[in-house]
Design a protein around this ligand. Structure first.
Ligand code: SF4
Length: 97
């Protein structure tokens, strides 16, 4: 059997997460994410990573985990802000009518 894996974008090799514990980037839902976000904040490819995640989120490839310093919920909010869908989120208490 010849399985061809999709080619990874070149920027992925430069991501600081490749030198870090990958578990940091996939905490349990609602688990701590500040360590991953701190790594992302110093990553030279943060913008490319974030845009990749946002571009693939609607197709479900981003899925979960911290990408480009954003959680799944933050990416969904950003997609809604950009008018590109995103799953309906819970209404925040401070914006509830
Ligand atoms: S921004 Fe974060 S998740 Fe993306 S490549 Fe860099 S360290 Fe990894």
């Amino acid at each position: 059997m010849n399985l061809e894996l999709p080619e990874q974008p070149a920027w992925m090799a430069l991501g600081l997460c490749s030198q870090t514990d990958p578990e940091l980037f996939f905490p349990d839902r609602g688990g701590p994410n500040h360590d991953a976000k701190r790594v992302c904040s110093g990553c030279p490819v943060q913008t490319a990573c974030r845009e990749h995640a946002l571009a693939h989120e609607t197709r479900g490839a981003g899925g979960w985990g911290i990408w480009g310093g954003m959680t799944y919920e933050e990416r969904q909010r950003e997609l809604r802000r950009r008018g590109r869908g995103g799953r309906p989120g819970r209404q925040r208490k401070d914006t509830a009518a």
